[in-house]
Design a protein around this ligand. Structure first.
Ligand code: ADP
Length: 222
């Protein structure tokens, strides 16, 4: 994914907030990038734009070689379903469905039959160390287990890009470490490009690159 001179501003009363002022970023297959910036700097805005949930006011966002800025909502939704996975701070799993069913759903929405979706989901959850938890509902899983199910769900349709907003922010340090390990393994094994907003410097240091937002631009750290 490439962000090219991306701009985003919000009107606030009479004033205009220039959140992104021409941000450039390249995300490459198999690479994880930590996004570290203070609250209010524009991390969520950037993730929403990269996730094709919002339109940039100017600039271009390429998924693979495909420019997306001109696309309408339906086109962007279709592309998002195939190419982009999201992990949030709170897992948002469906409580009435088991772990394996939560991972199956996005695949079935995409048209896979349930037997195939089940077998792929079980394989993915087993890879993430949850082979014995397939039929547990989210309420019967620990916080770290729930978050690993959310990671499995995000990558179930083999997207090109994984976007994560504070994915370990709600976990104790040991569990955060475990979940982060799972995320890194998936990135390397599947050749995903991952952008992970985090306040956890220790985890950020273990990613391939670190970037921050400064005056509406993305700046490489280190
Ligand atoms: P971060 O995720 O780094 O905390 P955000 O991207 O959520 O930052 O927000 C960046 C700035 O943009 C904040 O000052 C926020 O108040 C403002 N902002 C975000 N979304 C909107 C919106 N829809 N309308 C107006 N202002 C917004």
């Amino acid at each position: 994914m490439q962000l090219h001179k991306v701009e985003r501003r919000y009107a606030q009363g009479e004033a205009t907030l220039d959140i992104l002022r021409g941000a450039d970023l390249g995300l490459w297959p198999g690479q994880s990038v930590a996004l570290i910036a203070p609250s209010g700097a524009g991390k969520s805005t950037l993730l929403h734009l990269a996730g094709l949930l919002e339109h940039p006011d100017a600039g271009e966002i390429y998924v693979g070689n495909l420019p997306t800025a001109h696309m309408d909502d339906a086109e962007r939704t279709a592309l998002r379903r195939v190419e982009i996975g999201f992990v949030y701070q709170f897992h948002h799993l469906l409580p009435e469905f088991s772990a394996v069913e939560n991972v199956m759903l996005p695949q079935m929405i995409r048209g896979l039959d349930s037997a195939e979706a089940r077998s792929r989901s079980a394989e993915l959850l087993t890879f993430l160390g949850l082979g014995k938890r397939l039929d547990h509902r989210p309420g019967a899983l620990s916080g770290g287990e729930q978050q690993r199910v959310a990671i499995a769900r995000a990558v179930a349709n083999t997207p090109r890009v994984l976007l994560a907003d504070e994915p370990t922010g709600n976990l104790d340090p040991r569990t955060a470490d475990l979940v982060f390990g799972a995320l890194s393994e998936i990135v390397r094994a599947s050749g995903l490009a991952a952008l992970v907003a985090t306040h956890n410097m220790e985890l950020a240091r273990r990613m391939d690159r670190r970037v921050t937002l400064r005056d509406g631009l993305l700046v490489e750290l280190d």
